[in-house]
Design a protein around this ligand. Sequence first.
Ligand code: SF4
Length: 192
Amino acid sequence: MTHTPEHFSPLVQLYQDMDNTWNRIAQQYGFECNGCEDNCCLSLFFHHTHAEVSFLQFGFQALPHKDRKRVLTLSRDYCRQTFCETTAAHNPPASKKIPCPLLKNERCTLYQFRPMICRMHGLPHELHKPGFNVFKGPGCDAGKFAGQTYIPFDRTPFYKQMAVIEMNFRQLTGKTGKIKKTIAQILSDSTM
Ligand code: SF4
């Protein structure tokens, strides 16, 4: 396994904390993610931090050549189908339920490197934004959470920590500008 550069350590630690929290709450619900028709890996998600993009690309570069080639082809197909073919009709583009290019045999090829939104998805949650009402997310359909007692899952501290990590990462790397990319877009520009 390739050594993970030190500057990714805060992100790795945050991901671990997210996973621990998610697993603990899922266990309390008795929820196990076994895939479903509304699979989140078929959803159109955008990612917004340079730190996460760089970490995912780092993981991608450590894959065997044949896997990189497969993922690259799938990523470019995904982008063509989702963005080029729909841009005129849909702005923003609609999800076409195309599997994420990292999904293989119902597993994530870069599970260890998957971004925050992939880790947080599924469970009922809350989000506190200054100046706004508390946002409550219902959780995915597979969990059948409606009617169950809500187990508090506040995403806010994780989002705040991610903002700090991103700020530090930008200072360290000189990366700037807003970012809004799917996994496919992040990986389709990768070099072999
Ligand atoms: S990165 Fe992995 S967990 Fe996230 S959508 Fe793609 S396959 Fe699923």
